[in-house]
Design a protein around this ligand. Structure first.
Ligand code: PAF
Length: 281
């Protein structure tokens, strides 16, 4: 794996690869890689000839009082893991090059999709995400970009931005990857102490309860959300932020749940905010 930290160098390398007829895949991350990220690299590997993994802890998407300063980082380990999964280029930009004017006066917003679900609890977060993703799409002119389904609202926003702003790349989603007990992989799981780690399984169990209710014939979104919420409420140390059944493109709650609709949850476990979702089958 080749590590590149300059915007000009990565753009030149990717442009040359594409001029030579090679397809380029981009996997944007904030690092501290786990199997979830690496599974996205595998998807990119299958769809592209050159895989670029970007690692950038984007200050713009962290709110006041959030975990920017303590967000876990280990670039050396990340580089080893990326190399082991066939990543060709590790793009680890210098913040001064990403935000050359020191900040972003121009930002990308999608108010209708942003100000719900996680957006209600993290004001400004998705504006920061869309702005950095738009910048990464311009810096790394890829053919395909791969995002995790776990960040359901982020994925919907990135898809809509790509379409609305005519970015010429394909967006592909990778499934949620879980621990054996169902906990969705997240870099923030590193914050969980043993008690919180045990309590955190409530998120997946709540999604399973919603699926069980759906399979048993409950198609009312409020009923499904209630089934999930009962599990979260019964778990000690878990403060639920939302449980919603949504269409994965519009993020609207349907009148009747169908297969392919998502049950999405967010909860604070101990001190750590976790999200998860499940596509109904
Ligand atoms: O999902 C993430 O890790 C981040 O939100 C992303 C897409 C890399 C933008 O900073």
């Amino acid at each position: 794996v080749t590590t590149i930290d300059s915007v000009a160098a990565v753009r030149a390398t990717v442009t040359a690869a594409r001029a030579a007829g090679r397809r380029v895949g981009l996997v944007p991350t904030m690092g501290f890689l786990h199997e979830g990220h690496l599974s996205l690299c595998d998807i990119a590997r299958r769809r592209a000839d050159v895989v670029v993994l970007s690692i950038f802890v984007n200050p713009l998407q962290f709110g006041v009082g959030e975990d920017l300063a303590r967000y876990p980082r280990d670039i050396q380990r990340d580089a080893r893991l990326a190399a082991s999964r066939g990543v060709d280029i590790l793009f680890v930009p210098d913040p001064a090059q990403v935000y050359p004017e020191g900040g972003a006066a121009v930002r990308v917003r999608a108010p209708d999709l942003e100000d719900r679900l996680c957006g209600r609890f993290r004001p400004g977060h998705f504006e920061g995400v869309l702005t950095i993703v738009a910048k990464l799409f311009n810096i790394v002119p890829a053919d395909v970009a791969v995002f995790g389904q776990k960040d359901l609202q982020q994925l919907a926003l990135v898809r809509r931005m790509t379409s609305d702003l005519n970015f010429a790349l394909e967006i592909v989603a990778g499934p949620v990857i879980r621990e054996p007990d169902g906990l969705a992989l997240s870099s923030r799981n590193a914050y969980l102490d043993p008690d919180a780690r045990r309590a955190a399984t409530a998120l997946y169990r709540s999604l399973q309860a919603a699926q069980a209710a759906f399979s048993a014939g409950e198609h009312d979104p409020a009923g499904l959300a209630g089934a999930a919420r009962a599990i979260l409420d019964a778990a000690g140390g878990v403060t639920t932020q939302y449980v919603e059944v949504v269409d994965v493109i519009s993020l609207d709650t349907p009148s009747h749940a169908r297969p392919g609709h998502a049950v999405a949850v967010a909860a604070v476990v101990g001190e750590t905010r976790l999200i998860d979702n499940h596509l109904l089958i």
